[in-house]
Design a protein around this ligand. Sequence first.
Ligand SMILES: C[S@@+](CC[C@H](N)C(=O)[O-])C[C@H]1O[C@@H](n2cnc3c(N)ncnc32)[C@H](O)[C@@H]1O
Length: 480
Amino acid sequence: MPAKPISPARKAAFAILERVLESEAHSDDLLHGPGMSALSQQDRNLATALVLGTLRWKLALDAELIPLLSRPDVRLSNAIATTLELGAFQLRHMDRIPVHAALDESVELVRAAGQSHATGMVNAILRKLSTQKAPAPKVFETPAQLAERLGHPGWIVERWVKNYGLAAARAICEYDQREPGARPSSALEAAEVAPPESEVTAPEVAEPEAPQHGVAAILEVEAPATPEQLIEAAPELAPRAATIDPGSRLVAELTAALAPASATRIRVWDACAAPGGKTRVLAELLPDAEIFATDVSPRRMKAMQERLERDGLAERIRTEVAEAETLSEESGPFDLILCDAPCSGTGTLARNPEIRLRLEPAHLSRQAKRQREILRGVLGRLRPGGRLVYSTCSLEPEENEAVVEAVLQKVANIGRVDLTAVIMGKVAAENASAIVRNGCLRTLPGANFAGDGFFAAAFERLPDDAPKGVEPPAVVAAED
Ligand SMILES: C[S@@+](CC[C@H](N)C(=O)[O-])C[C@H]1O[C@@H](n2cnc3c(N)ncnc32)[C@H](O)[C@@H]1O
């Protein structure tokens, strides 16, 4: 049978998915890359919805597809597996794509990928799937079942259940499955209270002891943006690229609120700055400060610098490619430092769906080692009385509380700053308590906050003549 044309959006989506699944490439970079520029706006939106949706749902789709294979034990070629997942995503999650379009185009995609022998198999499996009911939540859902239904690795969900409770883990997984494009613009809006989620299912596993972020703290999350709404978004999926996530903004707002009062112009260092989301908020909120932004990645720093130039901010923010922990002595000391460390990114799975497909348990301890080194080095650049915020977009305690504890044991003259009052100044009090944990910020996407999951802890350098061997006091920062 002669090949039928494949829609440009599906062709582009297939090519991007193959690259993401076969390399370390990021979907977000590829979706803003040259491969997309030849497409019409409508096709770009469709391709974006197909790529992100397929990555978000891949694990759940595989759980449905594998039992339909005649040899479930034989590994499929990447091209066939990607075709099936892309087709299955359209059948399961895109209501307005007719079944025949999803089927026919999947057959043509696998043929175009040089796998003509698989056209009949792809057609048969997707046809079968289209006649089956989508899996529904069970009344008693184990963490493993929850993970499978909502396309997450079991080991990550088990950790979240252990650390935050089953209801919060479920809310995070649900949040991760949606497009975070249509978002509230401020942290305050992101933390609007919703009525407590009514528990329809009784957890089969024990909840951990009274987690601070329990069901009662669950906050309103925006109505899901469906793939179809995404495609219609005009003129482009601008919010995704252009606006800052409320959690990220909140971290920058908390940092700015900690700026010490000074008779002279304060010096601010954003130590892991690219792509510059938080740097821009710091520049906006501290108009009189001298702002220095560094990042170890020349590529990311170049992109950040170009954007600052385009937006007329290059004069305001000085940038440099530098490793934070070994920044030259000449650059410091600083009154205020933001250390937004590289991390596993488990608080951003809605935005970066492929992270869940790449992350392994062993990565967490590697991240933590690097984070300890960076935080320890950067703390050394504070002037006495200066303050530092350490943040990550990870939900994992190893990268957060444990890093803070380990570093505090090794450094002298550094005290913790309790962020409770500052958070209260940024977020309505009744919501603030849900996102404060032991004086730190802890947002859980979809569970206590309508934005990415962020952790932040703050420190202050005590005067050099502070008594030795005495536990430094926890400084309570006042709201601004
Ligand atoms: C979470 S991202 C920063 C996001 C940024 N603060 C923002 O809000 O847009 C972490 C950054 O740390 C950078 N990085 C990793 N190791 C570093 C190091 N040793 N020193 C400085 N930057 C580092 C990465 O290149 C990455 O850009």
